[in-house]
Design a protein around this ligand. Structure first.
Ligand SMILES: Cc1cc2nc3c(=O)[nH]c(=O)nc-3n(C[C@H](O)[C@H](O)[C@H](O)COP(=O)(O)O)c2cc1C
Length: 435
């Protein structure tokens, strides 16, 4: 790790609340990574959290006392729960148990963690972690919706194998993803290892860079999957996490652009300082993208469903005879990339599409660039073994009118930064050529 990357949260004070979930062990790694990046960390453990990790481990790693008890008078006299909140730049709850989310949503304050959460006026970022059925329970869904409406940011949960042996949505986001969400929530620069020059690091509190090469330009980005309803409770979807699209939005903002992010359903926090339009279906995404025009650059990073159910059933479809087969008739969705790239007055000057393929990657991407009328295609192999779908890293090939460039494997943030810097350069060249 380079020194600049290590210090990208320099001077930031994080108050970390560790709830009573099996993922609490990851909070130790999170503290270590935050410290490496120059942040100071104070930890609060719930009573259940202290069953999973010890105050001593957290205190050794954070180099601060770890707090547990609201009624520890010595602490109240010296530091108090109000001061814990006041002295933090951001409060992070990781893992956020179903119980903590419920207490937060209802304004309970019966221990130190919840009293701090109710008393704070700071941004709160939660990383939920729980069994898939706890996550999908209507009560948790209601609590999460309430918390979102209250302005609480979420990172994760992710889908995967759980400690209880089940599979599904509910795993806590990995520490690296939580760090990115923290940086995003703080509006701090993600350009730590920039090769573009230190001027790009001078971000404003909102994360935008008034000096950046995209200053004065508007960038439209689509991100995440779409959900295409089959009936009132079922939908067609894909495994897109939205990590790449959201990283592009952050990078565009960092380079000074005004950013509109049209996002399908994702479990990521909204990037700070970006206008986010949330949609479910391909049709809604197209309408939102068109409504966001004019734009100078459009980047279609969303994994838009190619098909939708030909007829959405008004009632939940019932099982027929045991063992009988069912079929689903599909209709093609509109193509958002091709629509945005269509020549005409509102066509963005640079239209960039993504091609996720599991075979014949380059050939299919070259064909897609021509067929859709896009300027560039970012081709990435999403074969399950690559980890690109849902992961934090990617290895892409950039297909332009001049040919194909093979980029090395890198984080999605780094890729986003490089792609946007390249887009800025290209628009500058177009501008110079036109003058
Ligand atoms: C072994 C074990 C693992 C648990 N894992 C989780 C979990 O991952 N997520 C969760 O919401 N609750 C989990 N629980 C239940 C919580 O510990 C329980 O709801 C507790 O009251 C939460 O307290 P807190 O929210 O104050 O931390 C687990 C309990 C046990 C015994």
């Amino acid at each position: 790790m380079t020194a600049t990357k290590a210090k990208r949260l320099n001077g930031k004070a994080i108050l970390l609340i560790v709830g009573g979930g099996i993922a609490a062990y990851k909070s130790l790694d999170l503290v270590r990574r935050l410290k490496e990046r120059g942040a100071s960390v104070r930890a609060i453990l719930t009573r259940a959290g202290a069953e999973f990790v010890t105050p001593l481990s957290l205190s050794v790693l954070s180099e601060e006392k770890a707090f547990t008890d609201l009624f520890d008078l010595k602490d109240e006299a010296e530091i108090g729960h109000i001061r814990l909140s006041r002295e933090a730049d951001l409060i992070v709850v990781a893992p956020a148990t179903a119980d903590l989310l419920a207490k937060m949503a209802h304004g309970l304050a019966d221990d130190l963690a919840t009293a701090v959460l109710l008393a704070t006026d700071k941004t709160v970022l939660v990383a939920p972690a729980m069994n898939v059925r706890m996550w999908q329970h209507p009560a948790t869904k209601r609590n999460v919706a309430t918390l979102r409406a209250d302005g609480v940011a979420l990172v994760g949960p992710e889908e995967g194998e759980m400690a209880c042996g089940e599979y599904g949505l509910g795993r806590m986001a990995e520490p690296a993803a939580i760090i990115d969400a923290i940086a995003s929530s703080l509006g701090s620069s993600l350009l730590g290892t920039s090769s573009l020059g230190t001027s790009l690091l001078a971000a404003s509190p909102a994360g935008a860079n008034a000096e950046g090469p995209l200053q004065g330009l508007r960038v439209l980005i689509t991100s995440g999957p779409t959900h295409e309803p089959i009936d009132p409770v079922r939908y067609l979807a894909n495994r897109s996490s939205g990590k790449q699209g959201h990283a592009l939005a952050r990078a565009a903002l960092e380079l000074g652009a005004e950013v509109v992010l049209v996002s399908g359903p994702v479990a990521l926090p909204d990037p700070h300082g970006v206008r986010v339009v949330k949609v479910e279906t391909a049709h809604e995404m197209l309408a939102a993208a068109l409504a966001a025009l004019p734009a100078d650059i459009a980047i279609c990073a969303a994994a838009v469903a190619d098909w939708r159910a030909a007829d959405e059933a008004p009632q939940k479809l019932k099982k027929q005879q045991p063992g009988s087969e069912a079929s689903l008739k599909l209709k093609q969705n509109p193509n958002i990339l091709a629509t945005l790239a269509k020549p005409g007055g509102k066509r963005p000057r640079l239209v960039i599409g993504f091609a996720a393929e599991t075979e014949n990657l380059i050939d299919n991407a070259i064909a897609k660039r021509r067929a859709k009328g896009a300027d560039w295609i970012v081709a990435n192999d999403v074969w399950p073994g690559t980890g690109a779908m849902g992961g934090d890293h990617t290895q892409i090939h950039l297909i332009t009118g001049q040919g194909t460039e093979d980029w090395p494997a890198m984080s999605k943030d780094e890729m986003a930064r490089r792609l946007l810097a390249r887009a800025a350069e290209t628009l500058q060249l177009l501008r110079s050529a036109a003058e």
